[in-house]
Ligand binder design. Structure first.
Ligand SMILES: Nc1ncnc2c1ncn2[C@@H]1O[C@H](COP(=O)(O)OP(=O)(O)OP(=O)(O)O)[C@@H](O)[C@H]1O
Length: 338
């Protein structure tokens, strides 16, 4: 049985049609991401589930029970936002204990759960610190702990890491995923960052203008974007108009609107490749070099076309700007969109 079901959910703000017949089901224990550009309706969908917004039409179910009109407090859902929203006048321990005190649990149960949560967020020893004495990343971990101690059925995370710097963000992504697993929770995560969605999700639902464009696991979405919108949102694909690609390889792709090629599937060499019917072999020039740490992105000019190729950084400086290179692309790796 599906754990969470959105059935034909629609939302209007006045005349603005924000969510357009959303149908979505989520399994128990799944880590699901709603991915999409700003304004596509991700937060609205999440807020409808939490009961913070009322959907205009449609139904929402949790564990087979309809919750469409249920009071937010009765839904047993925990939510974390981009703003940490901790109580400034309570220390870390009491911020985390707050929800449990409201539930009037016994003192020793509260203590046990709070200490377990502090352990999970790796902030042992900072129990007495106030929010103003904690970094942004630490405050967000406290917000997470405060949420999970109440053992919500579903954890909702609305861009919780967007105000946190890149390196810490990576480690928090992994920590959140581990906690999700350890506690066997079901989580819905909202982000506009495709890398974050790839790292964290069991399933990604890619949204555009209030519609779910494509759903799948990170591998499916990356390797088989359904249309050029999905390809442009996920990955850093090269888009080449069908007519231009046809001229380049002397084969007929003129019916294709776009040929889409992953930068990491383009190979380059200073030496000519042997003829091989599995590959397109081209010749071009290095136009730009952009080191990105573990990979180097080379922009290649092939006649009128620019192609990005990502090559593993093996710490050798082989290519210079302006250098002539040979290029090969495996035939089966190109995606064709009509
Ligand atoms: N309370 C509201 N009243 C009117 N319009 C709203 C309200 N809340 C959201 N909207 C509009 O609904 C649309 C979707 O907003 P939503 O916050 O769900 O988008 P989002 O995909 O989460 O974007 P972001 O990543 O920027 O938060 C936007 O055009 C927004 O302006």
């Amino acid at each position: 049985m599906e754990y969470i079901v959105f059935q034909d959910v629609e939302k209007y703000y006045g005349e603005n049609y924000i969510l357009k017949k959303i149908n979505l089901s989520i399994k128990q224990g799944e880590f699901v991401t709603l991915l999409g550009a700003s304004g596509c309706g991700k937060s609205t969908l999440l807020r409808c589930f939490a009961g913070l917004e009322q959907e205009s039409k449609g139904k929402i179910f949790l564990e087979g029970k309809e919750i469409t009109h249920m009071n937010p407090r009765d839904r047993n859902v925990g939510m974390i936002f981009q703003q940490y929203s901790l109580f400034p006048n309570l220390n870390l321990y009491h911020n985390i204990a707050f929800g449990l005190k409201m539930k009037k649990l016994e003192k020793h149960v509260i203590h046990e759960r709070v200490m377990q949560a502090i352990d999970m967020i790796e902030l042992k020893g900072k129990e007495k610190k106030y929010p103003s004495q904690l970094s942004g990343g630490e405050q967000q971990r406290v917000a997470l702990a405060r949420c999970i101690v109440t053992r919500p059925k579903v954890l909702l995370l609305d861009e919780p890491l967007s105000a946190i710097d890149a390196k810490l963000r990576k480690s928090l992504q992994l920590r959140i995923k581990e906690i999700h697993k350890e506690l066997g929770m079901t989580s819905i995560f909202v982000t506009h960052d495709q890398d974050e969605a790839m790292t964290m999700s069991d399933t990604i639902h890619l949204m555009r203008d209030g519609v779910i464009e494509q759903s799948g696991d990170p591998f499916q979405l990356y390797s088989h974007p359904k249309n050029s919108f999905a390809a442009s949102f996920i990955g850093n694909y090269n888009f080449v108009p069908g007519g231009m690609f046809s001229k380049l390889i002397h084969e007929n792709y003129t019916e294709a609107k776009h040929i889409v090629i992953s930068p990491e599937l383009i190979e380059i060499s200073p030496n000519q490749y042997q003829r091989d019917k599995e590959y397109y072999i081209l010749q071009g020039k290095i136009e730009k070099i952009l080191p990105q740490g573990n990979i180097i992105r080379y922009t290649l000019r092939v006649e009128d076309i620019l192609l990005d190729a990502d090559i593993l950084n093996d710490r050798r400086e082989i290519y210079q700007i302006g250098q002539e290179v040979f290029i090969r692309i495996k035939r089966i790796s190109i995606l064709i969109y009509k």
